[in-house]
Design a protein around this ligand. Structure first.
Ligand code: BTN
Length: 260
């Protein structure tokens, strides 16, 4: 995979006009944040075949054998208020699901808040990081890791039963370039509608969480509830078994029950 492969026939107006490819780097999010701070153009894509310091949400590591995944970060400069940043995450998850469906025919779903799963196993994750200037967004870096051709048995022990890849699920190798291009096209369609859509109905139609039992973990107890909805800020509304309806932002507290 090279920058030229990614740009060939892409036909987008903004996303991926500039592609910076590394065989190996620290973290594409870190590089994109640095470049965005120096004024890099909106739509710049930083992508790597491998990362030495790949980061996931909640300070977790994101590990992937070299050349098997899409490990990339996009620089966006949206003209939206701070409270609307969640829209960027929603449209990114939706676009990954659509691109997977188009290129592989596999049906992926979104597990709240922003994991992409197939058969309840994680196949992609998103790490969006925002730089603000007073009440304005100076830029958003949207990092995404998609497990494309990771072979069975190559995941670290601790995630081997909760992670999967597109090649494992489909039984054949998938073109990373085709998938990435399709994702960039889908995301651009959403991005151009950023001020006209909240993306909630599309997100909900692809949700693996709405209508499922979830477990809310407090320090001293845990209760079960039914996930009802998400709101514009990305909060999950849950009808607790106490009868009360509450919204949650923190996915450390709300765990999705896989048997629900
Ligand atoms: C998650 O925890 O689910 C989010 C994972 C995001 C991983 C991607 S890989 C490319 C980009 N660079 C990083 O260091 N992280 C993101």
């Amino acid at each position: 995979m090279t920058s030229d492969d990614i740009k060939a026939g892409l036909n987008t107006k903004i996303l991926g006009k500039e592609v910076i490819f590394y065989t190996e780097t620290t973290s594409t999010n870190d590089i994109a944040i640095e470049l965005a701070g120096k004024g890099a153009e909106e739509g710049t894509l930083v992508i790597a075949d491998s990362q030495t310091m790949g980061r996931g949400r909640r300070d977790r590591k994101w590990l992937a054998p070299a050349g098997t995944s899409i490990l990339a970060s996009l620089i966006l400069r949206p003209t939206i208020g701070l409270l609307q940043v969640n829209k960027i995450v929603l449209m990114t998850t939706i676009s990954i699901v659509y691109a997977i469906s188009k290129v592989t025919n596999l049906s992926a779903l979104i597990k709240w808040p922003n994991d992409i799963v197939i058969n309840n196993k994680k196949v992609a994750g998103i790490l969006a990081e925002t730089k603000t200037d007073k009440n304005y967004i100076s830029f958003v870096v949207v990092g995404f890791g998609i497990n494309v051709n990771i072979p069975e048995g190559s995941f670290p022990e601790e995630i081997s039963n909760i992670a999967t890849s597109l090649s494992i699920e489909s039984g054949y190798e998938i073109s990373r370039v085709d998938l990435l291009q399709e994702f960039l096209r889908q995301l651009e369609i959403c991005y151009l509608r950023l001020n006209d859509d909240n993306f909630l109905s599309q997100w909900k139609s692809l949700s693996a969480t709405i209508g499922r039992q979830v477990r809310i973990e407090y320090p001293d107890k845990a209760i079960i509830g039914l996930a009802l909805d998400i709101d514009e800020n990305g909060a999950l509304t849950v009808k607790l078994n106490t009868g009360e309806t509450k919204s949650f932002m923190n996915d450390d507290i709300v765990k999705i029950k896989s048997d629900g």
